[in-house]
Design a protein around this ligand. Structure first.
Ligand SMILES: C[S@@+](CC[C@H](N)C(=O)[O-])C[C@H]1O[C@@H](n2cnc3c(N)ncnc32)[C@H](O)[C@@H]1O
Length: 274
């Protein structure tokens, strides 16, 4: 594991990105895969999310396979590509990209999120300021991080910066008015964040991990779409619900309703030539 603050780490991290970097044995991904979109897939994901606390391994392995399938659906096989997973937490996505032959690297600012065995060459780094040269990544991947940063547009700018022209950027987030917007205190966030947090504490006896304005922010779909569409350094390839079994793009086109019905917005962006 490397720390972005280590002396000379910027150079080492970038140099470390050779084809000789450690890579797990290749081969087909382990576990079941579902067609996206399909009712079976959405149900399987929903069941896995419900069991996330008791079986996080199964939940995140399935989500990782599903997400890399989505990347490949838009961009072709990831084998041989350089992939950066920003805010990747425990590293399931990075591992899945590697299983499919990508040179994938995890960048995560919070050591506490890494789990017991983070992927080799994990870099402790903040997504606002990545220790990477411009345009090094073929695929820049960020799952469920945007609602955890105070300035989503600056965060997206950094994802764009490290992506090569023509490269793909995968950004997904749970928007505030989604039924899951309040995370562990959802859906009570509809009654206000403070009230929902207090209820969580009363019911579980634990302090909630997330606090609005500290590590969870009210990100909305409409303004986010307007901001990415106004950029001249990316093209929006797709804006869709990440998990819906049908009408995944349609639901995102309906102002108002999309804020509640999308659940989780997936943006597929393509970096424009300079
Ligand atoms: C809900 S977890 C998502 C983890 C993983 N990407 C997933 O989809 O399961 C949010 C992650 O965002 C990370 N995060 C928060 N602020 C960040 C920042 N400024 N830059 C990069 N990652 C950040 C957190 O440390 C955490 O690992």
């Amino acid at each position: 594991m490397r720390r972005a603050g280590d002396a000379g780490s910027r150079l080492r991290v970038v140099r470390g990105w050779s084809r000789s970097s450690p890579r797990p044995s290749g081969g087909a991904p382990v576990g079941r895969r579902y067609k996206d979109p399909s009712v079976r897939r959405s149900l399987a994901l929903f069941r896995a999310f419900r069991r996330e606390q008791v079986d996080p391994e199964a939940c995140y392995s399935l989500l990782a396979r599903d997400s890399v399938d989505q990347v490949e659906a838009y961009d072709g096989p990831v084998a041989g590509r350089t992939v950066v997973d920003i805010g990747g937490g425990s590293g399931h996505f990075t591992e899945e990209f590697r299983r499919r032959g990508a040179d994938a690297y995890l960048f995560e600012p919070d050591v506490g999120e890494l789990g017991e065995k983070p992927p080799d060459s994990t870099v402790i780094a903040d997504g606002y300021l990545l220790p990477l040269y411009d345009g090094v990544a073929d695929v820049t991947f960020s799952s469920n991080v945007l609602e955890h940063v105070a300035d989503p547009q600056t965060f997206i700018s950094e994802l764009v910066r490290v992506t090569r022209p023509g490269g793909l950027i995968y950004v997904s987030f749970t928007n505030w008015l989604s039924p899951w917007g309040g995370h562990e205190w959802a859906p009570w966030h509809y009654l206000g964040a403070e009230r929902a947090r207090a209820r969580y504490r009363r019911r579980t006896g634990r302090t909630a991990k997330h606090a609005l304005g500290e590590n969870l922010f009210a990100v909305h779909i409409g303004p986010t779409l307007r901001q990415v569409r106004a950029r001249d350094d990316v093209r929006v390839v797709s804006a869709r619900s990440r998990y819906w079994p049908f009408l995944a793009e349609t639901v995102v086109k309906v102002p108002g309703i999309r804020e509640v019905a999308t659940w989780n917005l997936l943006l597929i962006l393509r970096r424009c030539p300079p």
